[in-house]
Write a protein that binds this ligand. Structure first.
Ligand SMILES: [Zn+2]
Ligand SMILES: [Zn+2]
Length: 164
């Protein structure tokens, strides 16, 4: 996904592309192996480009509580400003400075950053996932567990089951 600077008109240009996620670092590629839909609005004013990117893809996660794999829609939005050929006096954290002879902007690195920025901190297959019992190890979404009914240490309950 690239923005070609040469011939880019002033004002708004809309770009739409579905890109292959192969450029992602492998640890991120595992979460986002499906094509990434990119909607990009470029607003050009002379040498300044205001780029708004909207990404959507499918995230493949494993639940923090029950460890089951699940997938869900993942979308993210971000705005980045580029300035082409400005002096170092124009330094600004929110602006990416590009050399005057820049012919294209490759957005892939930024796309990876946006995905990482919006990567879920908590992964839950569902809001009320019951998780796995620490005592007997059953997935509490699928099975009822009995070891909590005992006053004893769950490890003893498991032993008792074996003895029966
Ligand atoms: Zn779960
Ligand atoms: Zn249990």
């Amino acid at each position: 996904m690239k923005i070609l600077i040469a011939g880019l008109k002033q004002g708004l240009t809309h770009l739409s592309e579905e890109i292959n996620p192969d450029f992602l670092e492998s640890r991120w590629h595992e979460f986002y192996p499906e094509p990434i839909k990119c909607e990009v609005d470029v607003d050009r004013f002379l040498r300044e480009l205001r780029v708004r990117i909207t990404l959507s893809t499918t995230g493949h996660y494993s639940c923090d509580r029950c460890l089951e794999k699940y997938s869900t829609g993942h979308s993210a939005e971000y705005e980045q400003i580029y300035k082409i050929g400005e002096g170092p006096d124009a330094v600004d954290d929110e602006v990416i400075q590009l050399p005057a002879d820049t012919v294209e902007i490759d957005l892939r690195e930024l796309i990876q950053e946006i995905l990482i920025l919006h990567h879920p901190l908590k992964m839950l297959c569902k809001e009320d996932c019951a998780g796995i019992c620490a005592g007997c190890g059953v997935d509490l979404n699928k099975e009822a567990c009995t070891c909590r009914d005992d006053d004893d240490d769950p490890r003893w309950a498991r032993l008792r089951k074996l003895i029966k």
